[in-house]
Design a protein around this ligand. Structure first.
Ligand code: HPA
Length: 271
């Protein structure tokens, strides 16, 4: 990854005449429906954008969508990249750097995650207050990383406090059960063993998933305030663990999706 490539991606998109977005949104697994609420859409396939990597998953559409939501100009990454697809940390976070270059000032992230905290139920939402990076690497650890900013990034408050409070307030007003907790990121794609779920609980995780943390690290590097919400799709109880059912994970994501859409849309109105 070079600064010149990044600038080329940004310029290519800007030259198409898209409106400057103030808010960026990353949609996680099974969470694509928010796009239906976006007006005046301008849609790019990742594969048509210079230096973008393309998604291999059917569940991740691989589109960059500009439009209006909650009265603001937004850009949505519908389809994100994961380490488990064989991409590098640089590749999976490239889009975040592009969003910033396009003018995005605030970033809202969603993902699907397993509930480690057994007080939380599948189909519910969790606001990520903090995270644990278990992916064995960093999106800031590469040779020319300093070209892109400071690499010794402070992570004492990676999620934006004020936006988190706004989101909690909206959840209360809308009667949406929004838990708060710590998200642990793993590489995947295999799910966890019972011993790994016990370990995750012991180290303080409330949810586990395969994304988000690299994006948040980069957002912090480039000074892009962000928040992230997990849709809890399964309950990771090591003492009563059922074999994972991927269709059920998608069904749970779909169940919680309307609440997530409400939260994000209402927050965007306030930003
Ligand atoms: N583990 C890891 N990632 C996940 C899970 C899980 O249980 N559920 C959804 N994404």
């Amino acid at each position: 990854m070079t600064l010149a490539n990044l600038q080329e991606s940004i310029n290519f998109i800007k030259k198409t005449g898209v409106p400057e977005p103030s808010i960026g949104i990353v949609l996680g697994t099974g969470l694509g429906k928010l796009v239906d609420d976006i007006q005046d859409q301008i849609v790019f396939n990742y594969e048509d954008l210079p230096h973008f990597v393309t998604s291999t998953l059917e569940s991740h559409a691989g589109k960059l969508i500009f439009g209006t939501l909650g009265g603001k100009t937004v850009v949505v990454m519908s389809g994100r990249f994961h380490l488990y697809e064989g991409y590098s940390f640089n590749e999976i976070t490239y889009g975040i750097r592009v969003l910033k270059g396009l003018g995005v000032q605030k970033l809202l992230i969603s993902n699907a995650a397993g509930a480690i905290n057994l007080d939380f139920n599948k189909g519910e939402l969790m606001l990520i207050e903090d995270h644990i990076n278990l992916q064995g690497g960093s999106p800031l650890a590469f040779k020319n990383a300093r070209d892109f900013g400071n690499i010794f990034v402070d992570m004492s408050a990676p999620y934006h406090k004020e936006m988190n409070q706004q989101l909690e307030k909206i959840a209360r007003a809308q009667n949406i059960n929004l838990h708060k907790g710590v998200y642990a990121s793993v590489v995947g794609p295999q799910l966890e063993t019972r011993a790994e779920y016990r370990y995750l609980k012991t180290i303080g995780a409330d949810a586990v998933g395969m994304s988000t943390v690299p994006e948040v690290i980069v957002a912090n590097q480039i000074g892009l305030p962000c928040i992230a919400v997990s849709v809890l799709t399964d309950e990771c109880d090591p003492d009563h663990l059922n074999p994972i059912d991927i269709p059920e994970i998608f069904a749970m994501a779909a169940k919680a999706e309307p609440s997530l859409i409400t939260l994000f849309t209402q927050l965007i109105k306030q930003l």
